[in-house]
Design a binder for this molecule. Structure first.
Ligand code: BES
Ligand code: ZN
Length: 443
């Protein structure tokens, strides 16, 4: 089977981790990957969790070799809204050199690139240059709730010198990109309860609080006029950007123009004093991911809904603590809510931000592998705004740094309709896997 055929097979599993009706599809994808890895001569095992299975595979251990842990995730985000896909979300389709499918970039394309790189080395040389442990999980897109306990329970079995992941971005086509930092995350859902039943807004309007209005007020109170987060203490402990980061990011070109064109927003908006890249990669944020309540159907309905809701996520940077941020946010919202409504607050998943030194020997080895894979240009050193919650746990539990070697293009549409991955990046990823293991074995 070619790498491309393997990727197409992997993509056809609708392994949506958040949706219980896809539970068996998530497992089927894990089973397929397990038999793929066993077929390559690795010992592969599925470990059950309260959620989706964790796949661990290894080559034979030889003393004196470096041990590398390769992490990836085989779960994907939901594909909705389905009517915005130009081809069906779970039927991988090739157009103009790109594969369109949910999961094409995030993370199956990048994961299969590594698997195919390993398969090539194993069939050519019979072994790999390092002791390799593969750790693929099916719950990254829901915050990896079962992976940290798994790391803690299998410390010895998973012990390694370094972790490698391809689940981040490239600054542009053909530009080798090394990511040395990720933002963390903390999520929360808020229900705003008002009257015990829906009310006629003419009969009762003016005498009771409207939960939808109160939800809107609370959401609006999260930021000041200019976009700074207004929660007291939110910025405590936020680490400043290093001067070298600011100047090297500024050399990456006009970020404002690129983000305007990628997003289609009429203008940029954000915290004063920082460039667009600095805001996305190194500053914390509060985002409303959903808000609702009241009548959503056609025409008008004069009603005061008995409840409204909003969903928040905070992106965090070193050294913010996700649990403390949720404490601060909850206290702030409760203090702002008038006695005429009652808040019900549910905390969601959290993950720490991550930051490593890209100039460390392992960081430099990874950059050499990127130079071999994407010859002719300078390697971009970046942080990313997205989160991979388990990365800081690799540091805390396994004491290992993570090398983030992304293959996602800026217009890959991850999490959105028409997600895509270039066949050229699959091929580059296969080369990258081999160059990386060679560099890590030698450094
Ligand atoms: N691959 C992304 C993380 C990512 C995205 C890193 C963009 C760098 C740039 C990952 O699959 C992801 O989407 N993570 C979630 C984590 C969340 C669900 C806990 C995220 O960032 O929203
Ligand atoms: Zn994702």
């Amino acid at each position: 089977m070619s790498a491309l055929e393997d990727l197409l097979t992997c993509l056809r599993f609708p392994s949506v981790s958040t949706d219980s009706k896809h539970r068996s599809d998530v497992r089927a994808c894990a089973e397929w990957l397990k038999s793929k890895l066993s077929g390559m001569g690795l010992t592969a095992e599925l470990h059950e969790t309260p959620g989706h299975p964790i796949l661990v595979a290894k080559n034979k251990r030889l003393p004196g070799r470096r041990t590398v842990l390769l992490y990836g995730h085989y779960d994907v985000q939901p594909a909705e809204p389905l009517n915005e896909w130009l081809s069906p979300a779970f039927e991988p389709t090739l157009r103009d050199g790109r594969i369109y499918c949910r999961g094409a970039t995030d993370n199956k394309g990048q994961l299969i690139a590594h698997v195919s790189g390993l398969a090539e080395t194993l069939s050519r040389e019979g072994d790999l240059p390092v002791n390799l442990t593969i750790l693929f999980e099916g719950e990254e897109e829901i915050g990896s709730p079962n992976l940290k306990p798994f790391l803690e329970a299998h410390r010895e079995e998973l012990a390694c010198d370094v972790v490698a992941i391809s689940d981040t971005g490239m600054v542009g086509e053909g530009i080798g990109t090394f990511t040395y930092g990720l933002r963390g995350i903390a999520c929360m859902e808020v229900k705003v309860h008002g009257p015990s039943i829906d009310l006629h807004s003419g009969i009762f309007g003016g005498a009771v609080a409207n939960p939808v209005t109160m939800a809107a007020r609370l959401v609006a109170s999260l930021h000041d006029e200019e976009g700074r987060v207004a929660i007291p203490g939110f910025y405590d402990g936020v680490r400043d950007l290093q001067p070298w980061e600011r100047s090297s990011w500024a050399e990456l070109g006009d970020g404002d123009a690129e983000t305007l064109s990628l997003t289609g927003s009429p203008a940029l908006f954000g915290e004063p004093g920082y460039t667009e890249r600095e805001r996305r990669w190194a500053r914390p944020t509060a985002e409303v991911n959903g808000i609702g309540g009241g009548y959503q159907g056609e025409g008008s309905k004069t009603v005061i809904a008995r409840e409204a809701f909003f969903k928040l996520s905070f992106r965090l940077v070193p050294d913010q603590d996700p649990a403390r941020i949720l404490d601060l946010a909850e206290a702030y919202l409760r203090a702002k809510a008038p006695p005429s409504v009652r808040l019900e607050i549910k905390r969601g998943h959290t993950g720490m931000a991550y930051l490593m030194d890209p100039h460390s020997p392992l960081g430099k080895a990874a950059q050499r592998a990127l130079e071999t894979t994407f010859p002719g240009g300078k390697i971009a050193l970046i942080r990313e705004g997205g989160s991979i919650p388990i990365v800081q746990a690799f540091k805390d539990v396994l004491k290992a740094d993570t090398l983030l070697l992304g293959l996602a293009l800026p217009d890959c549409q991850a999490h959105a309709p028409n997600e895509n991955f270039p066949v050229a990046n699959l091929e580059a990823g296969i080369r990258l896997n081999q160059a990386l293991l060679r560099e890590l074995a030698a450094c």
